[in-house]
Design a binder for this molecule. Structure first.
Ligand code: 5AD
Ligand code: FES
Length: 356
């Protein structure tokens, strides 16, 4: 405990650890270390956000994807997946019902689907920003050219989510087919930040072949990128993928990584993810208590929710949007937190507040 506690203290004071220190901290963690970490994580969570939990309404608008990531249920080789695309009108309806429910951030997420050309995407972005100028619009459309990102930004998109998945090149190879590379992924993230997007990255915990060294690299990469958001969740096997027989990530390690992220970058936006809620009925609550401060309920039409199946047993695929919002609101209240309706923009720290 002493060594791990010292490392947590060092992380809190300096916001940095060496790769060896990260590996030691992750490898030698135990329950006592986790309890200590979560206390420190909640200290910073409360300092920056109080008991406020931000919400983002997720619209999964297409499950067509040209990529073939080995972990993902909507990979192109999954012939069993029932494919769908929402029309622009359906997307606008999702925003409409989300707005009524109090959402002020919409996240348009989809597979890499060429049917949605740049022109179509620009049109959708403009329409949403015109109708809901007080809302933030987040895109999560995968890897694109810098020019495409720039145009979408100029059309009004405010934020972009693109998980780096794993920062280690070899491990990236293990999870993806040869046409995808860790370098390109990371370049996209640097481009997004440079353009001015509030940028989110993240990784899966417990993906096949992942070691503490890989997680150390993820932490070093996130420290360097300084994203505005980091989404992490356990890897959950999907039965129609090459990883169907692999073990999933654990709640325990996912929570520990959430705590580490909160202490490293105290004002980071950190979602308690649906994947975490999927492997543990109290997963999202536990995520919040480990330092997370965002939830991202689904606004997609009920008819398509089951089809956006990235992994098995995904929760919240049967409910009305309203039910998820109320359900989450109650769940947060139960543990002493409050769902709020504002855009929840990332706020930089003032110099004097900066503990690093
Ligand atoms: N288990 C957990 N998370 C997954 N994702 C994709 N497939 C899985 C899976 N089987 C995550 C990826 C992606 C995000 C949209 O969902 O990290 O970036
Ligand atoms: Fe979807 Fe509880 S959040 S049912």
């Amino acid at each position: 405990m002493n060594r791990t506690k010292q490392l947590i203290d060092k992380l809190e004071k300096t916001s940095r650890l060496t790769k060896e220190e990260w590996i030691a901290l992750i490898q030698d963690r135990n329950q006592a270390a986790a309890q200590y970490l979560f206390e420190r994580a909640r200290y910073w969570q409360h300092k920056y956000f109080g008991n406020r939990i931000y919400t983002r309404g997720l619209i999964e608008f297409t499950n067509y994807c040209k990529n073939d990531c080995y972990y993902c249920g909507i990979r192109r080789s999954n012939r069993q997946a029932v494919r769908y695309r929402l029309t622009k009108e359906q997307i606008m309806e999702c925003c409409g019902s989300g707005y009524e429910l109090g959402f002020r951030t919409f996240v348009l997420q989809g597979g890499e689907d060429g049917w949605f050309t740049q022109e179509k995407l620009l049109e959708i972005v403009r329409a949403i920003k015109k109708e809901y100028p007080d809302c933030a619009l987040t895109l999560s459309l995968g890897e694109r050219s810098k020019e495409s990102y720039e145009e979408l930004f100029r059309a009004g998109a405010d934020r972009y989510l693109l998980r780096h998945e794993t920062a280690d090149r070899q491990h990236y190879r293990r999870l993806h087919p040869p046409e995808l590379s860790a370098e390109n992924r990371r370049q996209c993230l640097w481009d997004l930040k440079e353009i001015g997007y509030q940028t989110g990255t993240g990784f899966m915990v417990g993906s096949p072949g992942q070691t503490p060294e890989h997680l150390a690299e993820d932490m070093l990469f996130i420290r360097e990128l300084e994203p505005h958001m980091a989404g992490i969740g356990p890897f959950v096997p999907h039965h129609e993928t090459p990883f169907s027989q692999e073990a999933g990530g654990t709640v325990e390690l996912t929570l520990f990584m959430i705590g580490l992220l909160r202490v490293m970058l105290p004002n980071l936006l950190l979602p308690a993810t649906t994947a975490l809620g999927t492997i543990d009925p109290q997963g999202r609550e536990k995520g919040i208590q480990a330092g997370a401060n965002v939830v991202m309920p689904n606004l997609s039409p009920t008819s398509v929710r089951k089809k956006y199946e990235l992994y098995d047993n995904k929760i919240c695929t049967g409910d009305e949007a309203a039910e998820c919002r109320n359900c989450l609101s109650k769940r947060m209240k139960n543990i002493g937190y409050e769902l709020v309706s504002d855009r929840g923009d990332y706020r930089g720290r003032k110099k004097e507040e900066n503990h690093v």
